[in-house]
Write a protein that binds this ligand. Structure first.
Ligand code: DP6
Length: 349
């Protein structure tokens, strides 16, 4: 007999970054982290044939308690995974993939475990994957236990609490990144002095501030912490021996552009963040979409920004255009998205 289950899981781009493991086997982090879920979902259906020790063990327990259930844990599992996102370019596609995989198999096995429980399993595939079991605004609590039993994802707020948050992803390079997150963070833990300061003194306070900013829909605070956290994460990478460079000239031009836009407007309209790659993610509010896209449209190549010309220009008074020049050739694609829902069952499609 063939049983099947399909699901999507959202991509997530952290605004408080996970960087560093206290246990590399269980993917237990050295600090908590937080991300909005993006309304972008690589699709991962799974069909029957083998594997997944933990999910299988949970199914086995369920079968022992309900003898009438078919012995699914004895079947083989065949997995089909689809991705509509550039892989391994620092665009969090592996997180969505692992989350979808765990969600689909849990659905297949009809497991009653909550998303928080399942997040502990997804975490072992890739740390950031645990946050993709939820939609909306999601925190990964680092936990203290050595067995990882309290290192899991929790919902901070549903997408409906603050649906105005949108994001423009400037794809700088869809090429595979140089240093994997796993290798990079191990090198950081072993060699960076700045890293301990970040994990101990900065992130705990920032997590609280970020929760409050989301609770109050306070974009200024959300933006300030998002940019500061990205900058500190990349500073920690630079403080690693040998240093790790994820951002490039195009990334730095994007930072200068958003800083200039915020200065010209006299308020914070956009916030940039960069994961383990050169792509820029710009968070903004729906009401400022014209401002942000209009501005980007001026700086990007016309074939990349098809909306260019649709919105009013922002006069770049007092700025040398050379500062942003790298964006024209360097950004190959823009993906527009917004804060979205968690995994969605797609069994019948
Ligand atoms: C910079 O989750 O990819 O995107 O646990 O080794 O698989 P592994 O690492 P991964 O690291 C993500 C790092 C980050 C920040 C974040 O998503 O929080």
């Amino acid at each position: 007999k063939i049983y099947s289950a399909s699901t999507t899981a959202p991509v997530n781009i952290a605004v408080v970054k996970y960087w560093g493991k206290r246990d590399a086997k269980l993917n237990l982090p050295t600090n908590s982290s937080l991300s909005p879920a993006a309304a972008l979902s690589p699709r991962t259906p799974s069909r029957q044939t083998a594997c997944f020790r933990e999910l299988k063990a949970l199914r086995k327990k369920l079968e022992d308690a309900n003898p009438s259930l078919p012995k699914l844990s004895e079947y083989h599992v065949h997995i089909v995974s689809e991705n509509n996102f550039p892989t391994a370019a620092g665009l969090a596609s592996s997180a969505a993939g692992f989350a979808a995989l765990v969600r689909a198999i849990a659905n297949l096995y009809e497991l009653p475990e909550s998303p928080t429980e399942l997040s502990k399993i997804a975490r072992q595939g890739s740390g950031s994957a645990c946050r993709s079991l939820f939609g909306g605004y999601v925190a990964w609590e680092m936990g203290q236990a050595v067995d990882g039993s309290d290192s899991c994802a929790v919902e901070v707020a549903p997408a409906s609490h603050w649906p105005e948050l949108k994001a423009a992803i400037l794809v700088v390079s869809a090429a595979k990144k140089g240093v994997s997150s796993t290798a990079g963070m191990q090198a950081t833990v072993n060699t960076s002095a700045l890293f301990a300061h970040r994990a101990r003194d900065v992130v705990p306070k920032r997590m609280e501030a970020m929760r409050a900013a989301i609770r109050n829909r306070d974009f200024e605070r959300f933006a300030a912490h998002t940019m500061a956290d990205s900058n500190q994460f990349h500073a920690v990478c630079l403080d690693t021996t040998p240093p790790i460079f994820y951002m490039n000239d195009v990334s730095r031009a994007a930072i200068r552009a958003i800083e200039a836009l915020n200065t010209l407007e006299g308020r914070v309209v956009g916030a940039y963040t960069f994961d383990a790659g050169p792509n820029a993610v710009i968070y903004y509010r729906e009401k400022d979409e014209e401002k942000v896209l209009g501005f980007l449209g001026e700086l990007l190549a016309p074939e990349v920004a098809e909306w260019a010309g649709k919105y009013a220009k922002v006069a770049l008074e007092g700025y040398d255009n050379k500062l942003f020049e790298a964006l024209k050739d360097g950004v190959s694609r823009v993906i527009l998205t917004r804060v979205g829902e968690g995994p969605i069952r797609t069994d019948d499609t």
